[in-house]
Design a binder for this molecule. Sequence first.
Ligand SMILES: N[C@@H](CCC(=O)N[C@@H](CS)C(=O)NCC(=O)O)C(=O)O
Length: 208
Amino acid sequence: MTLPVLYSFRRCPYAIRARLALAAAGIGVDHREVSLADKPAAMLAISPKGTVPVLQLDDGRVLDESLDIMRWALARCDLQGWLAAAPAEVQDALIRRNDVDFKPLLDRYKYAERHPERTRAEWREAAVAAHLADLEARLSRGPALCGDRPSLADAALFPFVRQFAGVEPDHAALAPLPNLCRWLEGWLASPLFAAVMDKYPPWRVAAA
Ligand SMILES: N[C@@H](CCC(=O)N[C@@H](CS)C(=O)NCC(=O)O)C(=O)O
């Protein structure tokens, strides 16, 4: 049986969430590390929009949205019960707010020099107000975003909170959000995260 092919970029939060779900489902992949500055023609041929992650299944189907990859993997094998850990509509709303509202503010906070209409601190506060303050409140009530057990939403949001925490040294921006900080540290220390952060050289087509 041929493994599904995963085009991925190590630090991309969308690729990380896809790799977490694939690993949580115990699904092995043929990993192809992509340089975003020099995307492989083989990837663009199956997904012209040119974003990672892209998963090519052995029946030829192509999944080129991170959430589709997560849901496909967990539909095959949800060993950790991520789908059932909370109602789908609650998880979907958290993910939508992360991707639609928070991500643009995260980018402005991270690259504040390109967005001088607000200071870095103001972008940070906007990101907290739009999303992270609610995550903090949720995590003051239980160890995971939707209660006792991690859900798909926890895995889908974690790489973005990781990126937020990494903008300033020592995760300083998370100091006012102690429960979110504890949750992040739990994910960072998890064997699952370690398992998806292997380093690969950029993939090249093997010479004939
Ligand atoms: N909606 C897509 C977004 C994926 C995405 O934007 N990935 C970034 C990397 S983090 C990318 O590939 N950008 C294209 C580029 O930088 O050229 C998904 O969820 O998979």
